[in-house]
Write a protein that binds this ligand. Structure first.
Ligand SMILES: Cc1cc2nc3c(=O)[nH]c(=O)nc-3n(C[C@H](O)[C@H](O)[C@H](O)COP(=O)(O)OP(=O)(O)OC[C@H]3O[C@@H](n4cnc5c(N)ncnc54)[C@H](O)[C@@H]3O)c2cc1C
Length: 247
């Protein structure tokens, strides 16, 4: 059952409950698309999607969360107490498992693409720095061990690129059936690769890498948050495994 319950009353729905503190843009959004339970006795099979204007009476919001990384992405909780919306704003009244698949699939595919960008940025920053920083009489890029790190990073960037792009192509090609398993594979792989490459980039930056206020620090913090964002790998993998076993 979802945390929000919507009761049908004549031409309205009345919504009560609370959403987790982690809603992206929760403290700043003007409208929310809320998954609600319409008939609690039917649990997950009687859900709906409600469009709720967040200036409606009975809506309250928490302060934004103070996260380690992705700090520019607002996260906050929203509570609903006797919030009335017209029936026309309830998108569906029945089960909507396929809609959820589309949402999760798009979310994971898009996140994989963003994380590919993060991975690439970490690699390119390290590559540029390695050509400028001189140690032992030459640019550190001329030391073979640094070259090996750079090549590992390059490999991971290209693997992220290939997987995240392939997933988006599967999304476009699939009519009616989103490729949830591919999108989860891409998101979990790219999140792990992003953290590894951001970590390696910090190492190439040496003392600068572990200093606060550097780009490499931000990329590392952002990548770390991605391991939790939109689901933790262990849990997402179970969903992906279920899908491949159904084939
Ligand atoms: C940047 C960011 C944006 C987010 N945006 C949103 C958003 O817009 N909307 C929203 O609703 N949420 C959002 N979240 C929340 C996010 O989806 C959750 O934090 C994430 O799914 C993990 O859930 P949890 O925090 O409840 O951890 P828990 O589920 O409590 O997990 C804690 C630990 O237990 C393990 N665990 C849990 N269940 C199992 C299991 N069945 N088997 C094995 N191990 C298990 C996990 O792997 C983890 O290590 C966001 C999070 C972040 C970081």
């Amino acid at each position: 059952m979802t945390q929000l319950v919507a009761r049908h009353e004549a031409e309205h729905y009345v919504i009560n409950g609370e959403k987790a503190a982690w809603i992206s843009n929760g403290s700043i959004a003007t409208h929310a698309l809320c998954s609600v339970t319409i008939e609690p006795s039917k649990r997950m099979s009687a859900r709906g999607l409600a469009v709720v204007p967040l200036n409606a009476a009975g809506v309250s919001r928490s302060e934004p969360l103070n996260k380690l990384g992705q700090r520019a992405l607002n996260q906050g909780g929203i509570s609903f107490e006797q919030v009335r919306i017209p029936s026309s704003l309830m998108l569906r009244g029945g089960g909507y498992e396929p809609d959820l698949d589309w949402i999760f699939s798009f979310l994971n595919s898009a996140t994989a693409a963003v994380l590919t960008g993060l991975t690439r940025a970490a690699f390119e920053e390290a590559l540029t720095y390695s050509k400028q920083r001189v140690q032992g009489g030459k640019a550190i890029s001329q030391h073979q061990l640094v070259q090996r790190h750079l090549f590992d990073m390059f490999t991971k960037v290209e693997a992220c690129r290939a997987l995240s792009r392939a997933t988006l192509l599967y999304e476009r090609a699939s009519v009616g059936v989103p490729s949830l398993e591919h999108s989860i594979a891409a998101k979990t792989f790219c999140a792990q690769a992003a953290l590894e490459v951001a970590n390696e980039a910090m190492q190439v930056f040496g003392g600068y890498g572990i200093s606060t206020g550097q780009l490499s620090e931000k990329l590392f913090r952002d990548a770390r948050v991605a391991l939790v964002e939109h689901g933790i790998k262990d849990v997402l993998s179970l969903v992906g495994a279920r899908r491949i076993l159904q084939r």
